[in-house]
Design a protein around this ligand. Structure first.
Ligand SMILES: Nc1ncnc2c1ncn2[C@@H]1O[C@H](COP(=O)(O)OP(=O)(O)OP(=O)(O)O)[C@@H](O)[C@H]1O
Length: 219
């Protein structure tokens, strides 16, 4: 898989410039951590790579067609009629044409993802009636179930306890070891340190790497 990169990428919301002419490379089969304060542009970059936001200018190069994106979500209606298992199964449906039925192999993948995130016991519970940390694990399991070569995670450790955080970190490392390219936004500096590359954003631009590393060490 050729290396994913962005060149002179600018993204705006109306007149507001959220990403200002950034150029970056995302090594294949490695973890890139995006860090930066609130509003620095991390989610905007992930959404642009995921294709849910169109850039104003610049290019995205070598983007694969299958992308698993786990966005930042905080609220789901209590009445949403979908179970945790169905939520994770949606990761398999994305690879199907014309809403074909899931095969036994698909169901095994779903079971394995539920198991890896330790939510098998919650599989039949409605997504809207579990805790936000449990929901976060379900959404990550959905992303894993896609088995896409590119996995985008927006604050995967938000809302989870320390056990779940280390579980999610292990899962992310396992995915990287299997060759998945991972780009994640995080405010957790321990998690950023475990990444292969750190990109520090500030007001929509990339801080030079040396300074980015220094700023992490100081905190
Ligand atoms: N839907 C939107 N409409 C208008 N402006 C937006 C929108 N989403 C984000 N922005 C603005 O774009 C900039 C980048 O926001 P973004 O969400 O990418 O930051 P972030 O680094 O992910 O922040 P956080 O750490 O809080 O999640 C901010 O100034 C933000 O206010």
């Amino acid at each position: 898989m050729a290396e994913l990169s962005v060149r002179n990428l600018t993204c705006t919301y109306g007149n507001h410039i959220a990403l200002n002419n950034i150029t970056a490379r995302f090594p294949t089969g490695k973890i890139t951590a995006l860090i930066g304060s609130n509003g620095s542009g991390k989610s905007t970059l992930l959404e642009t790579l995921a294709g849910t936001l169109a850039p104003r200018s610049g290019s995205i190069n070598n983007l694969v067609s299958e992308i698993a994106f786990v966005p930042q979500r905080s609220h789901v209606s209590h009445n949403l009629p979908i179970t945790i298992r169905q939520t994770v199964s949606m990761g398999r449906w994305s690879a199907k044409k014309n809403w074909q039925r899931l095969t036994a192999a698909d169901r095994n993948i779903v079971d394995s993802c539920l198991d890896r995130l330790e939510i098998s016991g919650l599989a039949d519970r409605p997504l809207g009636k579990v805790s936000s940390g449990q929901r976060q694990r379900a959404l990550i399991a959905q992303g894993l179930a896609q088995q896409a070569p590119l996995l985008l995670l927006d604050e995967p450790l938000a809302a989870v306890d320390s056990h779940a955080a280390s579980l999610i970190e292990d899962v992310i490392n396992q995915q990287r070891n299997q060759g998945t390219t991972i780009i994640l936004a995080t405010h957790d500096l321990d998690q950023a340190h475990q990444a292969d590359q750190i990109i520090a954003l500030e007001k929509g631009i990339i801080k030079p790497q040396r300074k980015a590393t220094e700023s992490i060490k100081k905190r």
